[in-house]
Ligand binder design. Structure first.
Ligand code: GDP
Ligand code: MG
Length: 329
C-alpha cells in the first residue's frame, strides 16, 4: 500500500528495520498503528490477533540527529508463543525470522504484568528462542501500558532491565516507558530507535507505507471486528479471505470478504440470530475500511466452513497463508 508522496527526505538517512517483538497482547500492534498514525495492524484485547508480520514505514526528520532524516521500517510480528498446529508454528516462525534479521530489535513488555515485565521472562521456554534470535542485535525495551502503573512500581523494573543489560554485555540497549494507546513516550521511543539505526540511502520508495497489499490490510480489519464483536465466543481458527476488491469508477471500493471457520456450529455463531451478528460485523468493518482507504466502501460478507484448516499446511494455504517461510499472502 502506498500514500501520497511527502517531500523526499534529505539523504543519507538514519534508516533500517526494527522488529517489534514480545509476548502476545503487550501492545505491539497498537504501537505500530500509533507511530504510523493509521490503522494498519489489527488490535484486540485477545492474544494472538496478529498472525503475519507486517512492515510499516515511518519517515520523519529529527533535528538533533545528524543526518536528521529517518526512515524507520517497523516489522510488527505475532506474539511469541509455543503450541501445536501449523498456524501456531507459522506465527512463531514469522516472529523469530523478523527478530533475527532486523537492525534494531524492539522488545515490548506489558508493564502491568508482574511476571512478564522483567528480563526474567526470557528464561521461559517460549521466550528463550526470541532472546537467542536477537542476541547480537541492538535492543530497545519499551515498557508499555504505563498509564496503568504507579511510578513507584515502575522504577525498580527499569533498574532491573539496566542491570540485566550490563550483566549480559549486549551490543547496545535502551529502555523507554510508553503508553502506546495514548501515545505517551512514543516520540522519545522513535528518537531512541532512530539514533541506533545505520546511516545510508533510503531503502524504500518515498510513497511506500507497507509491503502489504490492500487486500491483506482489508482482511485484517474484518478479522479485527470478529475479535471485537465475538469476544470469547470467537473460534481460534477464524480467518478472513478477500474474494473481490474493486475500485469503482466513482472512486468507491467494493469488497467481498469471506469469513472462514472450521465447523457448522461456529458458522452459526458468526452469522447470529437471523443474521444479526454478521450484519453488525459488516457495519463496523465497513467503517474502519473506509477510514483506512479514505473512501466510501461497500462490503459484502460471507461465512464458509473449511474443516480443520488450521492444523495442516495445505489448509493454511487455502485461507491465504501462502508463504510458510516468509511474509504470507
Ligand atoms: P499485541 O498482541 O502485542 O499486538 O497487542 P495489541 O496491540 O493487539 O493490544 C493488546 C491490548 O492491549 C489491546 O486491548 C490494546 O488496546 C491494549 N493496549 C495497548 N497499548 C496500551 C496502552 O498503552 N495502555 C493500555 N491501558 N492498554 C493498551
Ligand atoms: Mg499484534
Amino acid at each position: 500500500m502506498s500514500a501520497p508522496a511527502e517531500p523526499p527526505l534529505p539523504q543519507p538517512v538514519h534508516g533500517g528495520t526494527c522488529a517489534i517483538v514480545g509476548l502476545p497482547n503487550v501492545g505491539k500492534s497498537t504501537l505500530l498503528n500509533r507511530v504510523l498514525g493509521r490503522h494498519l495492524a489489527a488490535v484486540s484485547p485477545r492474544p494472538q490477533t496478529t498472525r503475519n508480520r507486517i512492515l510499516g514505514i515511518h519517515r520523519t526528520q529529527l533535528e538533533p540527529l545528524d543526518p536528521p532524516g529517518v526512515e524507520l521500517c517497523f516489522v510488527d510480528t505475532p506474539g511469541i508463543q509455543i503450541g501445536k498446529g501449523a498456524l501456531r508454528r507459522f506465527m512463531r516462525d514469522q516472529a523469530l525470522n523478523a527478530a533475527g534479521e532486523c537492525d534494531v530489535a524492539l522488545y515490548v513488555a506489558d508493564a502491568t504484568d508482574p511476571r512478564g515485565r522483567t528480563p526474567d521472562r526470557f528464561a521461559q521456554p517460549d521466550a528463550a528462542d526470541l532472546l537467542a534470535a536477537i542476541a547480537g542485535i541492538p535492543l530497545v525495551v519499551a515498557l508499555n501500558k504505563v498509564d496503568r502503573v504507579n511510578k513507584t512500581d515502575l522504577l525498580p523494573v527499569l533498574e532491573t532491565w539496566m542491570r540485566w543489560s550490563e550483566a549480559t554485555e549486549r551490543p547496545a540497549m535502551n529502555v523507554v516507558p510508553i503508553a502506546a494507546l495514548e501515545g505517551d513516550g512514543v516520540d522519545r521511543l522513535v528518537a531512541t530507535i532512530a539514533e541506533m539505526l545505520p546511516v545510508g540511502p533510503p531503502r524504500f520508495p518515498a510513497d511506500m507505507v507497507t509491503d502489504r497489499a490492500e487486500e491483506f490490510l482489508a482482511a485484517e480489519l474484518v478479522r479485527e471486528q470478529l475479535y471485537h464483536q465475538l469476544g470469547k465466543e470467537l473460534p481460534y481458527a477464524a480467518a478472513v479471505v478477500i474474494e473481490t476488491f474493486e475500485e469503482r469508477d466513482n472512486g468507491d471500493l467494493a469488497i467481498g470478504a469471506c469469513i472462514i471457520v472450521e465447523r457448522e456450529s461456529q458458522k452459526a455463531i458468526v452469522i447470529g440470530k437471523g443474521g444479526a451478528r454478521v450484519k453488525q460485523l459488516g457495519i463496523a468493518a465497513r467503517q474502519s475500511l473506509a477510514e483506512l482507504f479514505r473512501c466510501p466502501v461497500h462490503l459484502n460478507l460471507f461465512v464458509k466452513v473449511v474443516p480443520d484448516w488450521s492444523n495442516a499446511e495445505a489448509g493454511l494455504r487455502k485461507v491465504g497463508f501462502s508463504d510458510l517461510t516468509g511474509g504470507g499472502k
